[in-house]
Design a protein around this ligand. Structure first.
Ligand code: FES
Length: 118
């Protein structure tokens, strides 16, 4: 069932915005005028992805820089390794696998963005 999320002029090209729809936290991404919906929590350690960077179809997580293809949700690269002098756990520890993001179909109609959420 398609649910109205917002209007297209609320998200500039290259921008992202988080919404809660039907109890799901999603991020709408505007890649050159085409909109995509991905889950909000990073597939590595659940950082909020709307705080990351969007370059074309590639969304980079703000926390450890894992990258995802917003068209499919596929994890393209895992987190960056920690700096040598960091006291924090290594985000590239293989026990912390990076999973793909869930995605949902998006429809644009009369300037409004709808997301197909079951
Ligand atoms: S939480 Fe996103 S890369 Fe670690």
């Amino acid at each position: 069932m398609f649910i109205k999320a917002t209007t297209e002029n609320e998200i500039a090209p290259g921008g992202m915005k988080a919404f809660t729809l039907n109890g799901r936290e999603i991020v709408l991404c505007n890649s050159g005028g085409t909109f995509y919906a991905v889950e909000r929590a990073c597939g590595h350690a659940a950082a909020r992805l709307e705080r990351g960077a969007l370059t074309g179809w590639v969304l980079t997580c703000p926390l450890h820089y894992a990258q995802f293809d917003i068209r499919s949700g596929e994890a393209l690269s895992g987190p960056a390794p920690k700096a040598p002098d960091s006291k924090h756990p290594d985000p590239a520890d293989p026990s912390l696998k990076t999973r793909n993001l869930r995605t949902w179909p998006v429809r644009l109609e009369a300037g409004c963005i709808y997301v197909d959420l079951p």
